[in-house]
Design a binder for this molecule. Sequence first.
Ligand code: C2E
Ligand code: MG
Ligand code: MG
Length: 705
Amino acid sequence: MPTNPKPLLVVDDDLHNRDMLSRRFRKAGYEVEVADSGAEALAVLARQEIDLILLDSMMPGMSGIELLKLLRATRTPEDLPVIMVTAVSESDKVVEALELGANDYITKPIDFNVAMARVRTHLTRKHAEVALRESEERYSLAARGANDGLWDWDLKEERVYYSLRWKEMLGCVEDDIGDSPEEWLSRIHPADRVRVDTELEAIREPSHGTAYVSEHRMRHNTGRYRWMMIRGHVLRAADGVAVRMAGSQTDVTENKAFDSLTGLPNRVLLTEQISRHQEELRKKPDQLAALLFLDLDHFKVINDSLGHIVGDKLLVAFAGRLRHLLRTGADPGRLGGDQLIARLGGDEFALLVTDLRAPADSLAIGLRIRDALHEPFEIEGREVFTSASIGIAMLDPAHRSADDLLRDADTAMYQAKTLGRARCEMFSPELRDAAFHRMETENELRRALDAKEFLAYYQPKIRLDSGELAGFEALLRWNHPQRGIVSPAEIIPLAEETGLILPIGEWILHEACAQMRRWQLQYPVLNRCEVSVNLSPRQFRHPTLVPSVIHALAESGLPARCLQLEVTESMFIDDVTGATTVLNRLKEIGVGIKLDDFGTGYSSLSYLCNLPCDSLKIDQSFVNRMIEDKNSFEVTRSIIQMAGHLGMGVTAEGIESPSQAFELLGLGCEFGQGYYFARPMPAGKALGYIEEHCAPDAVPADPAH
Ligand code: C2E
Ligand code: MG
Ligand code: MG
């Protein structure tokens, strides 16, 4: 992999396709930009470097083909690969696109695994080409890394160079295979041979384009056939006669039917089965069938912490348990007959169940799978716990294709994740609308960032015994052009998921430090006050956190002791050691660390003792109820006591009444925050607050000094 990958760009006017592709590529670790039109795509390209484009051929306004033409006027296929997304029926478009310099194509409905394989191949090739410019040796390594075989066919001499990898892919060694075209042609499956011969003949026609793409079976040394994807480029003499052709061979067998790791049917086979049932459903509309989409929770954490081998074994064991469960279900008859389990790739599985008696039966199956995961897996002598989020969609005549069904089940699965994982959710049209909304909001957030529509609000923090101002908490707001002020509850989760939290968080950190410093210069009494900034989990894990805090302090001139960073317990759960390292580095700089929303998580005392935090914020849910509810009162009291023993400061948040403030003071709580004192307010209003509350020593600094 290159060290500085650039984003992929998905250009599609269809919101669903954009959403699906961008979400999945992001999940696979790619950065993704999206555009809903040719014009928007050009704007993105003008703004930043893009590694590869997935381009919908049919769009209103500027079509994909037109955009491609424009792009190829300045950018070569090697420099900016373009993969066209076309409908199956548009083979003429495919040919046109390839002639215009598209590198490849995929057809709709989009099979994500195929899309991923092609993107990976072209990126590998692109990066290989960069490497070639640097050194021949690196190129050959890259080609080997891509697992592609290479061939180079001299059409005049009828001799072919086959790379070692090409031979190995067929189970052969260097000397097994000579340099005749027959070495290739004679290994083609008899059922594919005529077609390939025709393709190769066509290529020699002077009128034919320069791209050669073919998929056929090749006989492996074991006697089995493997599916190969061949991509080549034809060189022609001035008179148009093809003289040479060279390209790659990729083994795509795994894309064809079965998953090599678990032995389960793969997406292709599943899709075929779904299509078959959809066909049947049209004839017999009263049949009931459902698709369950399963995604393991936190699989990446397991993979990263325990290693790929354990990860792979977990997938195999999970597949085994699924099979076992469905074979020996308590009463399989009751839950309906035919079932097909497939692995879709990564940690995603699907289950197609037909002949159901009622839609609720599919939920029963989903719940049974969920419950079967309570038992840990034993892998390499250790117990590994996992859970799955499950989305269910019923087969419905309204679905035009298998992909529609998969997408709906995926949407429901996503909902299960959002609601806290390890659960089952049924698809509903409302969910689809929510997905639409999410996608729209995401695009809007990107725009808002560019348009500088974010604001920081400031909520005063008060010393409970004296009523003095002790500082401010900076809280994010979005000043939406139509909707007005939007709360962070609507922004942060999505920003976190898409990574937009990084630039947003960086912005508010700088803004809050700069604002506080300006106030301090104006009112020196504020030198004793601090400003708190909330961090999100993703920000906290990101390697640039510490440098960016240093930068924000240096740029604003705010003393480090005047900055508090608010973190939550959830940031430590997965990796206490890593989190402690980060916290210690922040403390070295001199900034304070506050544990926000305290009491809602799982923290135990011993656990807290080891965390380098300075203070706690009692969650507002306890403060809220502390007067009426004895338990909340007790929790509040013990948190304050505990903090005292540990030498940590305490702030109570969400104070709304004088009686709450009074009780908290009695319990020994030092600081408070809440509507009773002041609501969060824009910077201009906060200045008014300072002027009013910092008297009498709140004399503004003499501007002359
Ligand atoms: P938080 O950090 O626990 O912030 C306290 C929330 O309680 C704020 O909501 C505040 O407006 C609200 N609040 C304060 N006093 C009272 C009160 O007396 N009664 C009630 N009912 N609520 C009160 P807000 O501003 O909507 O922020 C919600 C959450 O969003 C914050 O919870 C924080 O977790 C997150 N957030 C806000 N700004 C940022 C940010 O810049 N970055 C990150 N990562 N998260 C942020
Ligand atoms: Mg906070
Ligand atoms: Mg809080």
